[in-house]
Design a protein around this ligand. Sequence first.
Ligand code: SIN
Length: 506
Amino acid sequence: MNRLRHDGPLVVGAGLAGLSAALEAARAGAQVLVVTPEPLLNACSSAWAQGGMAAALTAVDSAELHARDTEAAGAGLVQPDVARTLTGVGRQTVEWLAALGAPFDRDADGGFVVSLEAAHSTPRVARVGGDGAGRAILSAVVAAVRAEKRIQVWDDARLKALAQDAGGRVVGAVIARGPHAKRIEIAATAVVLATGGAGGLFAATTTPSALKGEGMALAALAGADLLDPEFVQFHPTAIDVGLDPAPLATEALRGEGARLVDGQGRFLLGAEDDADLKPRDVVARAVHAARMDGRGAYLDARAAIGDEFPHAFPAVFAACMRAGLDPRQSPIPVMAACHYYMGGIAADADGRTSVPGLYAVGECAATGVHGANRLASNSLLEACAFGRRAGQAAAGEIGGGRSLPAQVAPDLPEPATAELRAAMTAHAGVVRTAEGLAALIALIDRLQAEHGPAAPLLAARLIAQAALDRRESRGGHYRADYPQTAARAEHTRVRLARPAAMEAAE
Ligand code: SIN
């Protein structure tokens, strides 16, 4: 294996969180190496975000109101101080991105145009081109990264393991680079994980299917504390046209009055104007139930949006038309699909984890901001705001000792991955039971016996076991056999013993 010494932080992942961290670390004077498996803007969830970035931007809104909505959505598990830290920098974060060139929609007076999404008490989602926020925001950050001489990007490198010194400090990472997956151990002053979520563990997902919780799994193997691994958010309006991943029909469509109906045109959640803007978990369960009992689930935008569709929601319109479906003429078939991972590597607002030298930002991190149910469009805000803070903090790290031989997990072959994904959607999806979760864990045991302790299997096990252990329903975690919510909201905290049975990297 080749070895390389990089005198600065190593950022793993190039979505909004990773690149915001890289940019701030570089601006603080550090030399930054970013490694990512795909060219910038490809296959990261940030670029696919449609709704936008939540922030208190209007005269009737405030950071405090935004924090209260965040807490209410999070069903008892949001950490209030972290939520306030985040919402307090909402406007500043949007303006930082606008200054980088993110072309947020503006009104005639130059103010930000904001959309209404579920569980927000006022319109507050800053958007770009209707439904193109993620790609437009990330493009501005990518341009700034490319212009920054202190940042080097390797866009053909996949994380395989974290390297630690004898004291347990993370001192680098092993990556597989290029078409031949050449292994390189990179020594760095700190490692910032920005590896995204776990949507690819599920057969039905709106996120890039390559993201299978590997960052969380490798951090867990390095001894990092995890927080609430059972909490997965399912989006109620993934477009059901047989694609993997499924295209998203943004919640902003419902904010504009599009309605959820069954195959007979009956409202799924009631006739009131705001019935379809209930919290995301409630709407996802209604869509799931309608499909399970054969009524079907559709998003009908004909009356509310109609001929405005191509202009108002160009990305959703294009996805529908590619599938041969004109949303001006017909309701859009929808399903609930994995959309966001709320659990993950326990981290503070600066991205610090329980392991020295290791930072986690964005969807792989669990900072306590999302609790049991993330408020829509808080993720881009968190990715950028806490990514920036983590970059500043990581820039100040000076590194550790010599690395011990790193332990590299085996890959999971494709047929086993497909089996795992189907079982995760069936048993750790919108509705969970003890019986289903036990069957899922038995499958993970078998796949591990056949293929070794692959990182996606560990991530899936962490989710399934925590879901089995949580004998209540709360936010995105719904147990049909324990439908009640416990009076006291408790976090799940997990720390693994360092395993012995893994392949040594060399
Ligand atoms: C959406 O546009 O519906 C998704 C927004 C989000 O998940 O934050």
